[in-house]
Design a protein around this ligand. Structure first.
Ligand code: ACM
Length: 632
């Protein structure tokens, strides 16, 4: 992307090779740390084992020529992570590759007869690991096999240089068809290489949708050939807010955009990983950047690309010329993004300019509309008609309910869940994205202990505990809940490193609420047995993430004479430890390492302060948790 930003220090970042894994595990760590938790998983005794570099022991059998790419993906994964050079054979049964003693990994479209997946769909798969053979079956050559491979990768382990995979049978199908992350790029934008890294990690966790918020008041980020000023003017603002104070600006021009070539590259990269991108072109509000480029889209005032975010009165005028412009823009957008959905925004639209415009008041009369809310509904319906006529579906934020929903609209519920509930009751499809549970720009801890952020509080446990299907809906209405999306608005996220900090590990929790049936979910198992292995991987890969607080201690005061603390870290691996103090100082690398349950005795009136934090192999620190102990 053509980005530039003076005062560039914050935008430097380290590309990380997330693929150099080959991790080993402590004996007490889970051998089957699959995230998201499969619909069903059976543990069996024994291992599928390949000795170090003994390549003649293994063959990949690809029974379906259509999924040649996936066989190649497996082949290269085994090569990159385990140094194995494994041949691919096209069908089973004969030839040198199938001689006795050669183990097989079979990719097939034939589901085992025993399989009892109720809803076999394109994303479902069956994975069976036995000592001599691994089979991944899926209905089609599509995402099912890909997801089966992701689960297999997560089960791969090295012990003394050998590849060891615990014998396991998984039958898996997602709970929801849409499992999504929203990437905001208006206030800050991110390199193409980082977006690809993000897509890789989304695919690892079986997320299948990336909602790309491409336009807003503070910057237009997508090249539109017919309207070059959208990026020449609309992609640049004169200053950026410093910290929390909207009055404090840095007076440094900031901007950039994604060219159509870059977008095609990202769309195709995502598609290869079974991720569909939903582009968002905001209307009728949050359109200052477009108005700055072409003032005739509004009311011909003097417009500027906004330097700070908010809700601006300046919005599109509902004139024929504006609709013609939007249709042109959407035509280019649809040519770039082949997925079924186009997001049109629709949130936070102040009606002042429409209320005071003689043109708008006349339009309300001629169209027989009730008021300005009716005019917004007219605006969105007119756009929906165009989108539908082009074979696509329209999705918008829950404000599009106001004044009446467009006939085929899908609603994204962000101001809580009531918009989604109302839409489902009206028979419309819904994606749930309530701020309180899945806004990943919200803080993960206490404000004073977290990086600068927008506020809010959506810690990992709260994300994990969210159930996107509202209980107050009937079974038929519940079927309209298509899925869940976490939103990452980037007003306070200026670097890829901070973006990663905000989404990891919350994205793993998102994956589990979007994929796993309720019966497979278990926060303790997630936090203590499975997540640690994944965070160890991120740690080794040099990826930034938020280290969860020590498990087994809270910020509190306890009274008693004997205490015992059993502590756990949500990051596994050699070199990662829990450090603690009993002297009131914050633990650092010079302090005691936790090795066994801490037993503390206090006499009456004594006070001790126990502080604990995790410091990972790469030096990342959790916040300090403090328990004050009073002797009784
Ligand atoms: C939103 O957060 N304004 C959709």
């Amino acid at each position: 992307s053509q980005t530039s930003h003076s005062g560039d220090a914050g935008r430097r970042w380290q590309p990380s090779s997330i693929h150099t894994i080959g991790f080993s595990r402590d004996k007490d760590q889970s051998l089957r740390p699959v995230i998201p938790a499969p619909a069903s998983m059976r543990q069996m005794p024994g291992f599928f084992t390949i000795g170090n570099k003994k390549i003649s022991q293994l063959v990949i059998v690809n029974e379906n020529q259509e999924n040649k790419k996936l066989a190649t993906l497996l082949q290269s994964y085994l090569n990159v992570h385990f140094g194995l050079d494994v041949p691919i054979a096209s069908s089973g049964g004969s030839g040198a590759a199938f001689s006795a003693g050669v183990k097989q990994i079979v990719l097939t479209r034939v589901m085992p007869r025993s399989t009892d997946l109720k809803a076999i769909n394109k994303e479902a798969y069956h994975l069976k690991i036995s000592p001599e053979k691994i089979t991944i079956s899926a209905e089609d050559s599509g995402p099912g096999l890909f997801y089966g491979l992701q689960s297999l990768f997560q089960l791969m382990n090295t012990t003394e240089g050998n590849l060891e995979i615990p014998c396991t049978e998984i039958e898996d199908v997602p709970r929801y068809p849409i499992r999504s992350l929203m990437l905001g790029v208006s206030y800050h934008l991110f390199p193409v290489s980082y977006i690809k890294e993000l897509i890789d990690l989304m695919a690892t966790y079986k997320l299948n949708t990336l909602h790309w918020h491409l336009t807003d008041d503070t910057g237009w980020r997508i090249e539109i050939k017919k309207y070059p000023l959208l990026t020449r003017v609309g992609a640049w603002r004169s200053a950026t807010q410093i910290g929390k104070d909207a009055q404090a600006l840095d007076d440094q021009p900031y901007g950039g955009y994604y060219s159509q070539e870059e977008i095609k590259d990202i769309v195709s990269y995502a598609r290869e990983r079974y991720i569909t991108i939903i582009p968002e072109i905001e209307m009728p509000g949050h359109s200052m950047a477009a108005l700055a480029a072409y003032p005739w889209l509004g009311f011909n005032q003097k417009y500027k690309v906004a330097t700070t975010w908010g809700i601006y009165n300046e919005i599109y005028a509902p004139k024929d010329s504006t609709f013609a412009f939007l249709e042109d823009v959407l035509t280019e957008v649809m040519a770039l993004f082949p997925g079924p959905y186009i997001h049109i925004g629709g949130d936070e639209v102040p009606k002042n300019t429409w209320a005071t415009s003689p043109f708008c008041q006349q339009l309300i009369k001629t169209e027989g509309l009730k008021d300005e809310a009716g005019l917004q509904s007219y605006f969105i319906r007119r756009i929906e008609k165009f989108i539908n006529a082009n074979g696509r579906k329209m999705i918008g934020w829950d404000e599009i309910l106001e004044g009446g929903l467009a006939p085929n609209a899908t609603v994204e519920s962000w101001r809580g869940t009531s918009g989604g509930i109302e839409a489902a009751k009206q028979g419309h499809d819904v994606v749930m994205a309530p701020t309180d549970y899945v806004y990943f720009d919200y803080l993960q801890g206490k404000e004073e202990e977290e990086p600068l952020g927008i506020g809010g509080f959506t810690p990992l446990s709260k994300v994990y505990g969210y159930d996107p299907t509202p209980k107050e809906l009937s079974a038929a209405q519940q079927r309209h809940i298509l899925g869940v999306e976490a939103c990452v608005w980037t007003e306070f996220i200026a670097t890829p490193a901070k973006f990663s900090y905000m989404i990891f590990p919350r994205m793993m929790a998102l994956a589990e609420i979007g994929w796993s049936p309720l019966k497979s979910k278990d926060y303790t198992d997630f936090l203590r047995r499975r997540l640690p292995v994944h965070l160890e991987r991120l740690d080794r890969a040099g990826m930034v993430y938020r280290v969860p607080e020590v498990i087994g201690i809270t910020d509190t005061t306890l009274t008693g004479s004997q205490f015992e603390f059993t502590l756990h870290s949500a990051v596994a691996g050699a070199g990662t430890h829990i450090y603690y103090t009993l002297d009131g100082f914050d633990p650092d690398l010079t302090c005691s390492i936790y090795e066994q349950p801490l037993k503390i005795r206090l006499s009456k009136g004594q006070e001790r302060v126990l502080k604990a934090r995790v410091i990972t192999a790469s030096g990342k620190k959790s916040v300090v948790t403090t328990t004050v102990l009073h002797g009784k």
